[in-house]
Design a protein. Sequence first.
Length: 247
Amino acid sequence: MIRATLRKQLGFLARNLKTIDRMLETGGKLDERKTTLLETIRRLYEQQRAMFDTRTHSVPDRIVSISQPHVRPIQRGKAKAKTEFGAKVALSVVNGYTFVDHMSYDNFNEGMFLEEAINRYKARFGMLPARILGDTIYRNQKNRALCKKLGIRLSGLPLGRRKAEKYRQQLKEFLADCGARNEVEGKIGTAKTRFGMDKIHARLAESGLSVITLAVMAMNLSKLAKAFLRRFLLRCFFKHFYPLIPA
């Protein structure tokens, strides 16, 4: 029943595309926006036809939105939303400030971009980080070898057999790193709830990435403003009340 319905819908779409092609051949014209929309519909039809013929439910660069063909479904496995749509962002946090290391509308493995994040850190601060608090996906053999070569401590328990006398200290460091790393998750939540990263209405791919960058910038400016205000108030307090404190 479902395949019969899909077959009819694909047939209707193919007929409509042929009709449009005949109209274009006889002198019909479309503006740039409608031409782009038509090409997106053609690709969508080809993808749906290929999945129908091969009896599969996935295809490379699958289109899920005609108005935003760059958006891809990303499987997250969360209880609230197993599939998310939009750009995927790799963030890093240094001294409470957030930096964007990589952004893409296609799903990607964050662990593959650790070297890029290290290079960005060195370009920003002129030195290598002393330690990296990454989750499990960053602790592959390539990244472990890279951090060992650069003298960077990558969070996580060492591989292989562990010596009993060192294991307690290693486990203690690992648990402390996990606690410190929660700051990254907190920053992501703050960016979504307070700075609109969970409600991006930009239609163009470049505009969507720009909105994400601006949200991170606004979050950093907010933290910088709070730090400046705190320092200013402390200076005013000591300026007015410190001379009144008896020696």
